[in-house]
Design a protein. Structure first.
Lengths: 323, 339
């Protein structure tokens, strides 16, 4: 059974100019020990999606419809008190620039201890200390730095401390929202390696949100590409990236400079993403799509199955289905 | 390269030190060396990439070139003229020839100026042309960087534009003076991939049309490879490797460059993922300011030689130089612990 199953999730924000649907009709499922990566450009709704899974939307945001089944239970039916127990203990989140989330006036060890103590008060002091020590070891922080304050850490070390904290209660699912954006590549690489070994060793499922295709391609089993609040293509990593079908995915891939291979001209995507207060009725990418036809603008697209592990939200991809 | 070999800009053994804030009771702050004797030559019409991680000193180098900072030691030459001590009119004339594009278009534009006013401001400062000529120059520049039709944008304000459009306004503002040299400091790090690609293509177009030379400062080797003719890799204020973009990336010689290449997520790349493995797991203690800047992390380092002596940039081929005593072709060092 899937650990997480999201059905037709729609999330919006009340803004001064009207109701903005930041995420619309998103469905996906995630098995235990697997990782699902969401890619898309800024404003496509990927962060909103992550926040909604934790039910941590800001006051003007609300979940309009859909269901989130986690471990067989609908998270949207839980009370706030019940939800609080799910957070951190079952689902942990690593936020963007999370290193700023550490409290500057407490020692790092005390902050991690507190996280464990709050959720499992039954453990005694020594047990908790041992747990924290093991966590430090796992994320590659030197033991003699446990009693340091956050300002004595570098950015990468703080991010590791946050990962240690996210692991403190052995969650089943970690939602990581751009956890390495603020870090240098060498540190980023070390953290990505750790993330992978987390999965292997503890069987934790991961939802990884990033604008960087190469990172998501590196660590995720399945990929979902988002555009203007909708999922437009998803499936196994190899299928989505080696055989992209949606024209947006294709365009996104060809706008990335690569490190090896043919140095071809980068193809920027012309135009801008649509306004989500009043989105187009038809395909949301149609205004920027080179292959768009009249029918793309007049009808909403439909989900097509390319292979059992690869689906796309497009009018025109029928040609790929027959192959 | 087909741009001839005329050097337009040269940094000659530039040293820049900062002092951290002094503590109470007159104790002096610590000295931080941002740039440690770096030398770079940029050829006319070239896009020269300066690649490094945060804190490596790459932005400082850019700021020195546009004279937002003064070097502690060393000289900067534009067309063989020393510009480090320019004053008054000469300084103003220099700023017309050398412009900068900043990293963050959300901060570099004045929110109170319309797009037209933003782009025409440099013309007013330098007293170029009458009203009509100014207007023409602004329209022309806006069109050439894809803010068209210009009339749609001219009377808008920065908050009404997307990040990509803002950055194009910032580029227009730099280009309206027809500069010969432009420092572009991570112009796309705040932008999405599709927008970055637009900006890259605009810079390439500018170079082609106007023969402008660029210093492109970036942390992304992939972006540098796409855009730059030559690349210098900078580490803790030292240039550790210089060479043609493809050469440095496909055949890196310095252990730091190799570590960078190892660390990048390999996308659409089937080869060996971690080819070089030049990092040691735990950093060594370093004697202060002596020896190789990469000594503390380098697996290849000789504990005596590399900790005492700083390797100079040494030529390997026609245009490829490396600051490492052990930059032999030997790509893979003996297997051991991998960082």
């Amino acid at each position: 059974m899937a650990l997480l199953e999201v059905e037709n999730l729609t999330i919006g924000y009340q803004s001064q100019k009207g109701f903005l649907k930041a995420v619309e009709g998103v469905s996906f499922s995630l098995d235990k020990g697997r990782s699902f990566g969401f890619v898309g450009e800024s404003g496509c709704g990927k962060t909103t999606l992550g926040m909604a899974l934790m039910r941590l939307l800001p006051p003007n945001g609300r979940i309009e419809g859909g269901r989130i089944f986690f471990d067989g239970k609908d998270l949207l039916e839980k009370t706030d008190e019940e939800m609080r127990k799910v957070r951190w203990q079952e689902i942990a989140m690593i936020f963007q620039a999370a290193m700023n989330a550490l409290n500057p006036v407490h020692r790092v060890i005390d902050q991690i201890t507190e996280a464990i103590h709050t959720h499992t008060p039954s453990h005694n002091k020594d047990e908790v200390y041992e747990q924290v020590r093991a966590l430090f070891k796992f994320v590659g922080l030197p033991e003699d730095r446990m009693r340091d304050y956050p300002h004595q850490y570098s950015g990468g070390m703080k991010q590791r401390a946050i990962i240690a904290m996210a692991l403190a209660c052995r969650p089943k699912l970690i939602i990581a929202d751009e956890p390495t954006t603020a870090l240098d590549v060498i540190v980023q690489d070390q953290i990505l390696e750790e993330t992978k070994s987390l999965q292997r060793e503890f069987g934790i499922s991961i939802i990884y949100i990033s604008h960087d295709i190469s990172i998501v391609a590196d660590i995720c089993h399945d990929i979902g590409v988002m555009y203007a609040g909708q999922l437009v293509e998803y499936g196994a990593r190899e299928e989505v990236f080696d055989n992209p079908v949606h024209h947006y995915t294709e365009a996104l891939l060809s706008s990335y400079p690569t490190l090896t291979g043919e140095k071809s001209q980068l193809m920027p995507i012309p135009g801008e993403a649509p306004n989500l207060i009043n989105p187009p009725f038809g395909c949301r990418f149609s205004d920027r799509c080179t292959e768009a036809r009249v029918s793309c603008r007049s009808n909403p697209p439909v989900w097509l199955e390319i292979t059992p592990k690869h689906k796309v939200f497009c009018h025109q991809c029928g040609k790929h289905c027959g192959e | 390269m087909d741009h001839g070999e005329e050097t337009i800009l040269e940094l000659d053994r530039i040293v820049k030190k900062y002092r951290t804030k002094a503590f109470l009771f007159g104790a002096r702050g610590q000295e931080v060396i941002a740039l440690n004797e770096i030398s770079i030559k940029v050829t006319r019409g070239e896009i020269f990439g300066l690649v490094g991680e945060s804190g490596s000193g790459k932005t400082t180098a850019g700021r020195l070139i546009v004279r937002l900072e003064q070097p502690g030691e060393g000289k900067i030459y534009l067309d063989d003229h020393d510009i480090t001590s320019l004053k008054g009119k000469a300084s103003k004339a220099y700023s017309r020839r050398v412009q900068m594009i900043f990293q963050d278009p959300y901060q570099s534009l004045n929110p109170q100026l319309s797009i037209f006013d933003t782009i025409s401001e440099p013309l007013i400062i330098h007293k170029i042309g009458n009203t009509k000529a100014k207007e023409d120059a602004v329209w022309q520049t806006m069109k050439s960087i894809g803010l068209s039709p210009p009339h749609d944008f001219a009377h808008r304000y920065p908050h009404q534009l997307s990040g990509g459009q803002r950055q194009r306004v910032a580029i227009a503002r730099a280009m309206v003076l027809n500069p010969e040299f432009v420092v572009a400091d991570e112009p796309t790090s705040m932008l999405d991939a599709s927008m970055s690609a637009q900006i890259f293509n605009i810079l390439l177009e500018m170079r082609k049309k106007l023969n402008v030379s660029f210093l492109f400062i970036t942390h992304s080797l992939a972006a540098a490879r796409y855009l730059c003719d030559r690349i210098a890799v900078i580490y803790r204020g030292n240039v550790v490797e210089v060479g043609p973009g493809d050469e440095v990336i496909e055949n890196p010689k310095h252990p730091y460059t190799q570590a960078l290449i190892d660390a990048l997520p390999k996308f659409r790349y089937s080869g060996d993922k971690k080819r070089y493995q030049t990092l040691i797991r735990a950093e060594r203690r370093v004697p202060e300011h002596a020896g190789c800047p990469f000594f503390s992390r380098c697996k290849r380092a000789d504990p005596i030689k590399c900790s005492r002596e700083k390797p100079p940039l040494m030529r390997l081929g026609d245009s490829h130089s490396v600051a490492c005593f052990y930059a032999e072709p030997g790509i893979k060092t003996s297997s051991g612990d991998n960082a």
